[in-house]
Structure formats: structure tokens, C-alpha cells
Design a protein around this ligand. Sequence first.
Ligand code: NAP
Length: 307
Amino acid sequence: MRNVVIIGSGCAGNTAAIYTARANLKPLVVSGHEAGGQLSLTTLVENFPGFPEGINGPDLVHNMKQQAESFGAEYVHGTVLDTDFSARPFRLNLDGVWLDTRTVIIASGASARWLGLESEQKLIGHGVSSCATCDGFFYRDKKIMVVGGGDSAMEEANFLTRFGRSVLLVHRREEFRASKIMLDRARHNPKIRFALNTVVEEIHDVSKKLVTGARLRNVKTCEVWEEEIDGFFVAIGHIPNTNVFKGQIDTDADGYVLSKGGARTNIPGIFHAGDVQDRVYRQAITAAGAGCMAAMEAERFLEAEGH
Ligand code: NAP
């Protein structure tokens, strides 16, 4: 019987682990297929307080894990396949083995959203990517396309100009969700061109298992044309990882966990932390704060139950 199982090992999960471990609750942290969360897919983080020179995302998240482990947190790599929150103790199926726990902190984050084109899905890992920091290195002096109009797309486009010869940023509207500073940075980058009011119809070439180009369509003029590219990066937001809690934990229409105040979900004893619930701020520091809140609530819940 566990006191606390934390699902997710990003900023939120690691912070919850530090706090619950220091409270002597010996938390078990399940790190899934995207261990370390989104920080592990980024480079320099300049806005996490306490690091005036900035810190590399993977280093930051690794430090957090080490900190949690030093207080007795246990990490296990695996996937939560199923959950039963209908009675206490709560039950989690971790790769086929059921675990019992008194509390759960859901810090499972959100995963990259894809366009959903068949050609895109077939070329993932063969020139199609959702992570510039992971794959940008392979596109030295190549032609790159980035899709999206938010901060992620601007950040990825700018980052990819370090490697690529040129970056074409494709966005389906004229208005951007990106913040002014990020957009301006992209606009002033001589290697970046913009294709606005434009959607991707197909990525070539599935038969060669290689990205060679993309067919684009201007939604206003209906013009259709081909662009030669070597790399295709999708940066159109994220989808919360809540499928496994469906029907048990209340979510909004997009699948984000609905907060019942503080870090509480609709089930007492199950708490949320980080991007799995937060569709507004989504920052490392807010996720860390949310992990702290969830840990403190789990601690108080257990104390009130006499554990
Ligand atoms: P986002 O702000 O939700 O933007 C997603 C973009 O993708 C939008 O421009 C959207 O277009 C487009 N999009 C969505 N679905 C699409 C589809 N099927 N086909 C084509 N385009 C599609 O997501 P994000 O850029 O990942 O940012 C998420 C949050 O993280 C934001 O709060 C952002 O500020 C933050 N962030 C901050 C930084 C930073 O400060 N360094 C870096 C990255 C992210 P529409 O606008 O037409 O809907």
C-alpha cells in the first residue's frame, strides 16, 4: 500500500515528489514515455527563478529528480494502463501490475498535437517531428517547415534557424496566438519566411519514407502549391494526457482535468498538478507551484485520515 503515487515526472510531478518525500510519505513517481516532461525536450530555460544565467531544461528536471530521490522518493519507469478510483484504496494498473494507494497526484502533462494527415503520421521519425530541440540537429543546412501560430511555433522556428538554411512558418490564419516578443523575434529573423492563411494538405514522400516536400493551400485565395523541404515540424499545441482517467476524473471538453479548487479533483484523495489541468499558464514555474500545492493537499488529506 502506497501513501502517494505521482503520475508523471515533469516539473509538477518532481516538485510534488520533493514535497511528499520530505514529508516522509515515500512517494512513488511513475515516469511514462515522455520522462521528465516537456522540460526534457527544451534547451535553455531563462525564466525559472534562481538561475540568472539560465539552465538547460533537461538539467533542471534531472536536478529536481535527484532532489526528490535524496529525500526518499522512488521512481519507476512505466505506463499506467488502467485506473480504478471507484473505491479506496485507489488502484492503478502499472504495466499489468495493480498497485494500491491512498492518494494519487495526477501530473501526467500534455502531449504534442498532430495535424492528423495520413502522410504526417507515416513520416513521423522520418523527417516529421514535434520537437525541434530533439531533432533540429539533423537538419543542418536543410530546408525546414514549421506549422503553428503560437509561442511554440515561433520558438521552434527561431531555434531551427541555428541549423537549417531556411525555415518556412506555415500558419492557418493571419492573427497569431504567439506573444509579441516571440513573434517579432521570428519576423526579424532573416532565415524565416511566413506563409499565412495557409494549411498543409500533404507531406511527401511516403513511398520514399523521407520528407521531400509539402503541398500547401492558401485558404483565402485557394492557391495550391508545392514547397521543397527536408524537415517538417509540427508546433500546434498539446493534448492533456487524461485518457486513462476517462469517466472517473472530471475533465473539460478538451480533456483537461477540471479543478475543484486548489489541487483537488472531483474525487477526494486524487489531486492534479501541472499542464494536465492548466491550459492557461503552462510554465515550468507554475507547474512546479502546482506540484507543491498537490503535495501539501495530499499530505493534509492523509493526516486527516490518520496516516
Ligand atoms: P497554442 O498557443 O495553443 O498555439 C497553437 C497554434 O497552433 C495556434 O496558432 C493554432 O492556430 C495552431 N493550430 C492548432 N491546431 C491546428 C491545426 N489542426 N492545424 C493548424 N494549426 C493549428 O500552443 P503553443 O504554441 O504550444 O503554446 C502553448 C502555451 O505555452 C502558451 O501559453 C504559450 O505562451 C506557452 N509557451 C511559451 C513559450 C515561451 O514563452 N518561451 C514557448 C512555448 C510555449 P489558431 O491560432 O488558428 O487556433
